[in-house]
Design a protein around this ligand. Sequence first.
Ligand SMILES: [Ca+2]
Ligand SMILES: [Ca+2]
Ligand SMILES: [Ca+2]
Length: 261
Amino acid sequence: TFVVTLEGGSGNDQPSEPVTPPVNTDPDENGYYFHDTFEGDTFSWEGHGAAEATLSGRTPYKDAEALLSQNREKAWNGLQKSLSTEVFKPGKEYSFSVCAEYLEGDTPTQDFVLSLQYADSAGETKFAHVAQATALKGQYVQLANTNFMIPEGASDLLLYVETTEGTGNFYIDEAIGAVSGTKVDGPSPVTFVLGDINCDGNVDNFDMIAARRALISSTFSSNISSLAADVDMSGEYNVTDALLIQQFILGKITAFPDNRS
Ligand SMILES: [Ca+2]
Ligand SMILES: [Ca+2]
Ligand SMILES: [Ca+2]
């Protein structure tokens, strides 16, 4: 008998009640093995690591509720769901989709990862990334992979949502596990053009006006505007960005420098 202890997973003692989610081995008419809406039910999701899982009662992607992850101590802390190998068979592919959002913190974006923790055939705990996506603050992003293979010989499957950095609260909604190849609807990825602060598709004098205004007020009309204004991607908008936008509009430069640290 192997006893697998997740390193750093303190705060979660042995669960007092056994988690035995109902096993539905046949997909529904959509091809879904599970479809977790979090409307009045956690659907057997729980905290991953030190984090706690609570029904949010607000900020859903769909309907009225989502699942909130709070009291995270590490970026890998989040929300998890145990998957049965009777349904999700090792060596076979499946489609997974979870929508995630965050509302707090200083950063305008946050990278979410849908991951699988499992025990390999030797009983060792392993991790695999199912999907990764960048969320804008206050907007749901879809973590989806239509063809993820459960590793050969895997057992003790835990599907979980984590972030690449930070320990802030986040929400998930519409968690779905389905037949491989199933395309699940989700929020469209957000796109923007560097320098296009007013989001009209062009970088021109109107953006320069918005850029000057933002230097004084330090506010933007939206998160997308604030990301578009940080043209050197340094992580903040300041006079450097405003000067670069001006040079771009005057034709002195044709591209923005990449000052990501
Ligand atoms: Ca919901
Ligand atoms: Ca514009
Ligand atoms: Ca900048």
